[in-house]
Design a protein around this ligand. Structure first.
Ligand code: CTP
Length: 414
């Protein structure tokens, strides 16, 4: 997913302890920087047996802190000063030893002493041999850390460097960055249930052909992920898409428009916010051939019948206080068609764009959207990445919920 600029202005400390996967921390450092963070590195002595401190110093552009005493003729008390004014700490990889020390209040080197002074959010990414990870002492220490408010990012499964297979592999750097973004996100959707639809639908013609469209699902997946990071309880109903499930989101995969209708209607009953980015096939073939259609004729006539307009149906079923957002992809007359759909489908907002431009539309990472509202207002947004757009759309839904509940409260007062 998109993490570019999501940590911009954030001050982080990356703690590296001594495991084989310490080399992955170099990639992690680069990714954190790409996300806009200013990162300082603390290494344990053992970590330096795996990766040289020069590597981290060159990439972070700052000295690495690794010795409590006599490192540099520097009056700074680093374990205290580095712990001040930081937004988060990530320990990756976190070995059994550093986990044990932090859980039990042992401060006998640069990293463990620094951790004693940290008050910012702390993310621990364990990585070690499977038997070590499953050892009671390690599990007990991880439980203590969790109880003490640390975030633990469970290691991945697979074949490890030591040739055992099981849990113990350091989580992917991308996943660690996503978790840091989540750790620092404002949880303004906590307690809210969202349903997001995404991607295309497919209507079979015969066993090997279908009617569909080039929707990638990127816009809907970005909204679902952004909403989950902001603390929402998110269900993503997705048509066929090659995108991986966004973290923290419950995904229901469907193929046809009618399967999408069933899933979306089923999930929307109790939703506070429903956002329909899916590019739904408006029609389906009346007859689906049981076998592959052979090219025996010069022309073929196919009769299509209309699929349900899911969004219009949700508009009819809308509960008081529920927010319904639609999308409109048009090739011309954007304002006219978008506002018609806004009214016809009883929407609270419609996000519309012109398709067919290079940087916007179906498969691009960026889009240029205009938001239309029932009171006639419109907001033209500049070209931006779909994750940034997702957050703006979510901001509007949160505003609309607040306004609706204010209005409901006001009406009760009289
Ligand atoms: N939509 C839907 N069910 C359909 C068709 C569309 O829920 N059968 C939703 C889409 O998810 C989108 C909005 O309606 O949020 C607008 O979709 P769009 O394809 O732009 O418009 P249509 O209503 O299908 O109208 P037209 O194809 O005539 O432009």
């Amino acid at each position: 997913m998109w993490t570019e600029n999501l940590l911009s202005g954030k001050r982080l400390v990356l703690g590296v302890s001594g495991g084989i996967s310490a080399y992955k921390s170099v990639a992690l450092l680069r990714l954190l920087q790409k996300a806009g963070a200013d990162v300082r590195v603390i290494m344990t002595k053992n970590a330096q047996a795996f990766v040289g401190r020069v590597t981290f110093e060159a990439i972070s552009g700052q000295p690495v802190f690794s010795e409590m005493f006599g490192e540099l003729p520097d009056p700074e008390i680093r374990h205290i000063s580095w712990a001040k004014d930081i937004d988060a700490v990530i320990i990756a990889p976190a070995t059994a030893s550093i986990i044990g020390k932090i859980a039990n209040g042992i401060a006998d080197d640069a990293l463990s002493t620094f951790m004693m002074a940290v008050t910012a959010p702390r993310l621990i990414c364990p990585a070690m041999n499977t038997h070590m990870y499953e050892n009671r002492a390690v599990q007990r220490n991880l439980d203590i850390l969790e109880e003490d408010g640390f975030e633990i990012l469970e290691p991945g499964q697979g074949e490890l460097a030591c040739k055992t297979t099981g849990p113990g592999r350091l989580a992917d750097p991308e996943m660690i960055v996503e978790r840091v973004v989540g750790l620092l996100a404002v949880k303004d959707l906590a307690g809210k249930r969202l349903v997001v639809s995404a991607g295309p639908t497919r209507e079979s013609i015969d066993p090997v052909r279908y009617i569909s469209n080039p929707s990638s699902g990127k816009m809907g997946y970005a909204i679902a992920w952004a909403a989950a990071l902001r603390g929402g309880d998110v269900i993503l109903v997705s048509g066929p898409s090659i995108l991986p499930d966004p973290g923290g989101v419950k995904v229901r995969r469907v193929v046809t428009a009618s399967e999408m209708a069933d899933a979306v209607i089923d999930e929307s009953g109790t939703a506070d916010i429903v956002i329909k980015t899916a590019a739904v096939s408006d029609y389906r073939p009346v007859d689906v051939a049981a076998h592959k259609i052979k090219k025996e004729n010069d022309t073929i006539v196919m009769t299509l019948e209309k699929n349900m307009d899911i969004l219009a149906e949700l508009g009819r079923r809308k509960r008081p206080g529920q927010i319904l957002v639609g999308f409109a992809a048009e090739t011309r007359d954007l304002e006219k068609y978008a506002t018609e759909k806004l009214v016809k489908k009883s929407l609270d907002m419609i996000a519309a764009n012109i398709v067919g431009e290079v940087d916007s539309g179906f498969e691009a990472d960026t889009n240029r959207l205009t938001l239309f509202f029932p009171d006639g207002q419109e907001k033209r947004l500049p070209m931006m990445n779909k994750f940034a757009l997702a957050n703006i759309i979510i901001d509007h839904t949160i505003d609309m919920i607040a306004r609706k509940s204010d209005k409901a409260g006001h009406q009760q007062d009289f």
